[in-house]
Design a protein around this ligand. Structure first.
Ligand SMILES: NC(=O)c1ccc[n+]([C@@H]2O[C@H](COP(=O)([O-])OP(=O)(O)OC[C@H]3O[C@@H](n4cnc5c(N)ncnc54)[C@H](O)[C@@H]3O)[C@@H](O)[C@H]2O)c1
Length: 464
């Protein structure tokens, strides 16, 4: 970090910096700026919508022709974004989409929200970010703000973005402003959206932070500036590592409770009555989504390059990724109790999305549960009201309807995702064996099904 640069006041700045900086602040204040959002997925599309709603002209740039065509025809491919809002913004000319990177030539700001997956060896896969940044660098010009939103390891913005943009003959902090601002969108959350979730922003220089803060303040209710891009990058990793570690502890507590014959949900709910010093996390079949299972590994990888082992991250990952095996073991024991083998049994998996009420199954633990049961010879079918079918590698599955016939045909039903729309009482009334990994049956009445929970096996008679 160049302290001389970050500590500068407005009057210390060079005439060019002052000019570009002021020009952008004015365009963000009067909404005359054109913003390009790179990557129109779970993060990019809601952000593009909010910027367009705030009055900016927004162009979404995506490499997927399907996504671009959908947006331009007023259709949403993201559950939380209503098609009629897209259609209204497209019709008004505030929002459009393209696969042509030259749209960035006329941009005043570019926000990059492309995937940051892991490679097979669980190292950061930066190919999407690099390809997006190369496109940005080819189109970069003086008077531009570039913000990376993709979750990544600390140092990415400074080490990967700044040199590429400066190769185009531009000086960051003078001609072009570069910042990192982590996205915190929580798909399916009915309360917290892009607009009302505070947004952290850290720039390469103080002027970069100021320009990026000005853009987001025009559309997000609360903007939280921090002093560096590294700080902003770490904020996101701390948040998601915090979740991964605490979920792992709840998962381990479920194993502890199971061995002690105690109901883990009762323990957690009672502990959560403490008004201070405790935050509720719940166990389950494992973790999923594009964030919690992946993001901590970005930090672990970075720290390995500095010869430091992030033990909490490694341990949490080990515990969380073993949960599908725990669930498969529960199903095997539940079948055994009714004198059946997994091999040859029909198992109905209820819910394959990685969390309830959404249609995203990236990294879903349901995939591992299905694979583990199939490896043991089970015939696995699934029902998910949000996911009619899916393909995982060579494996294609089409969901079944949740009929009484399906419930009766199943030797065991395993609740992997606790979608709200499912009548769990009815499931218990009709099925023979139910394994509940989410406490979805907490408020059901005793029924004829044999009910097995993640901890402390309960029979139907123990239903509350
Ligand atoms: N999904 C979430 O809940 C969530 C929450 C917070 C942060 N994030 C982070 O945000 C980033 C984006 O995640 P997402 O869930 O929106 O991904 P996504 O897969 O839903 O969308 C990414 C989009 O980027 C497009 N794309 C890929 N490469 C491109 C390129 N070179 N140029 C232009 N477009 C390109 C894809 O076609 C796709 O439409 C990731 O770093 C993720 O970790 C995701």
């Amino acid at each position: 970090m160049d302290a001389d640069t970050t500590d500068m006041t407005a009057t210390d700045r060079s005439p060019n910096e002052r000019f570009q900086h002021q020009a952008l602040l004015t365009k963000f204040a009067d909404r005359s700026a054109t913003i390009v959002v790179v990557g129109l997925g779970y993060v990019g599309l809601p952000l593009a919508m909010e910027l367009a709603e705030a009055g900016f002209t927004v162009v979404g740039y995506d490499v997927s022709t399907r996504v671009v065509d959908l947006i331009n025809s007023g259709e949403s491919h993201i559950q939380d974004v209503p098609s009629d809002t897209i259609a209204r913004l497209v019709t008004s000319g505030k929002l459009s989409a393209t696969t042509d990177e030259s749209c960035m030539r006329r941009a005043d700001a570019i926000s990059i929200a492309v995937p940051t997956p892991l490679s097979k060896t669980r190292d950061p896969d930066m190919t999407y970010v690099l390809s997006a940044v190369d496109a940005v660098a080819r189109q970069a010009h003086a008077g531009l703000l570039v913000v990376l939103e993709s979750t990544t390891y600390p140092g990415t913005t400074r080490d990967l973005i700044v040199p590429r943009i400066e190769e185009a003959g531009l000086t960051v902090g003078v001609d072009v402003f570069v910042a990192f601002s982590p996205e915190r969108v929580d798909p399916g959350n009915p309360v917290w959206h892009t607009k009302n979730t505070p947004k952290v922003v850290g720039g390469i220089t103080a002027a970069c932070t100021e320009v990026a803060t000005a853009l987001y303040s025009a559309t997000i209710d609360t903007v939280v500036p921090v002093s560096t891009t590294e700080c902003a990058e770490l904020v996101k990793l701390l948040e998601n590592t915090f979740r991964a570690v605490n979920i792992a502890m709840a998962n381990e507590m479920s194993i502890v409770c199971d061995k002690l014959g105690v109901d883990v949900w009762e323990v957690i709910d009672a502990a959560a009555t403490k008004p201070f010093g405790f935050m509720k996390f719940t166990p389950g079949p494992g973790i999923g989504g594009h964030c919690i299972p992946l993001d901590p590994h970005y930090l672990a990888w970075k720290m390995r390059t500095l010869n430091y082992k992030t033990r909490f991250i490694d341990l949490a990952s080990e515990i969380n990724s073993a949960m599908p095996d725990v669930v498969a073991g529960k199903v095997a024991r539940a079948l055994n109790d009714v004198r059946k083998a997994v091999n040859g049994s029909r198992v109905l998996v209820l819910g394959v999305a990685y969390k309830k009420n959404i249609n995203d199954m990236r990294e879903s633990p349901a995939l591992d549960v299905i694979r583990l049961l199939e490896e043991r010879g089970a015939e696995v079918v699934y029902h998910d009201p949000f996911i009619p079918s899916f393909r995982e590698g060579d494996h294609f599955m089409e969901g079944v309807e949740l009929t009484d016939a399906e419930l009766q045909r199943a030797d065991a039903v395993v609740i992997v995702t606790d979608h709200d729309g499912i009548d769990y009482q009815h499931v218990l009334d009709v099925a023979d064996v139910v394994v509940d990994t989410r406490n979805a049956t907490a408020r059901t009445l005793p029924s004829h099904a044999r009910l097995v929970a993640l901890s402390a096996p309960r029979t139907a008679a123990a239903g509350v």
